[in-house]
Design a protein around this ligand. Sequence first.
Ligand code: BG6
Length: 455
Amino acid sequence: MADRIGTLVIFGASGDLAQRLLLPGLGQLLSSSRGYDLRLIGVGSDPMTDAAWQSRVAASFAAGGSASRRSTTVAKNSVYLQADVTNPADLTRILAAATGTPALYFALPPHVTILSIAALEKVDLPTGTVLGLEKPFGTDLRSAQALNRNLLKLVPEKQIHRVDHFLGKSTVLNLLGLRFANRIFEPVWSAEHIERVDIVFDEKLGLEGRAGYYDKAGALVDMIQSHLLLVMALVAMEPPSSLDADDLRGSMAQVLRATRSWAGELVEGDRRARYTGGTIDGRRLPAYVKEAGVNPELDTETLAEVTVGIENWRWAGVPFRLRSGKAISDKRQEIVVTFKEVPHRPYGFTGNPGPTRLTISLTPDSIELDLNINGEGDPFTIDRVSLDVQFGNGELGPYGEVLHGILSDDPTLSVRADVVEECWRIVTPILAAWRAGDAPIDSYRAGSRGPTSWR
Ligand code: BG6
């Protein structure tokens, strides 16, 4: 593929995201078979010498497991600019330092990104400039709509990459192969055969010093509004005719448009909780409200669980439960598809270990199909067996994949404007109720599995 981007400019270069995720992903990409030649510019509000930045870049590349002549050269030639990215004069200076077509990557909190995009309107952008924006995209539906409008004043939609690294996770991408390259799943992939779908992403990590961002977001915005709704869209969408950007993103948009907060019975309502102090894997975590930078009055949740329904012929009546929590001992990160019971079990069988269940695990990458079968010993007793397969890592990690899309001008894994707005629309009523304090906030001990009352 022809290299189109000459310079990758990372805004927020001295931040945690750039160091821990973005740069390691870039290093992998540079060292992979899909490698690029490009210039890297780091931009941050803190002072830093070029030499200090170059060694940071090299350390992050090494942390991502990449060492190649190309990645070493990119690190060595990289420069760091201290600048205010909300200031048009500074933005002009940054663009002047770029060679070839620039890609500007906003690894910044959403409110700073919004200001920076507004400032870019006063700057002459080189033709073909590509913009990469980290999630969350805006801070609510209205700000996301305004940001989309402002972005379109700068560049056309195909040059805007709203990044969600979950779309770069290999198991998430495997969903496409599993669903659409096998004959056996698609015929039973509907309300006729599926009882419920659970998409869970619980983490052992706590706040990890991210109060500045997380305290205003919370688990609903940080994980469900973006990552988990997009994963759900891939699980539930209609088969696209191709995997190109228009078809894939069109199918995702269509199913999200049909998605609403669940209004049926059979499931718990939407609920939220926050962790108190505790220990996880021998590591002591203070209560969330005692973490530096947290404002207890914001009532931010660290665990959110919401149920949505998809109002179309395929899915009517099937609850999709989305849950994500921090500081949870049991690190479940999976999509669980629970099938309905068989319409009739022949008389004479004993035992009923439960319905057929397909678990697509995001960490570790694996797929497990739980089936009922005549077990060992008494052939008339039904037992459970699991068929499971674990995958090795893809050539690129999630950030390597999404950066590949940005640098090769392929928006397939980028979140389209209408998709991001749909995701905000779906969570808006829940968010409004929670921000107004209309729903209680439960608590759970860090290192537990969540509130005891939820089990
Ligand atoms: C990020 C969230 O987008 O995804 C974090 O902001 C979360 O809070 C992270 O920890 C989880 O993704 P991964 O791929 O690092 O497990």
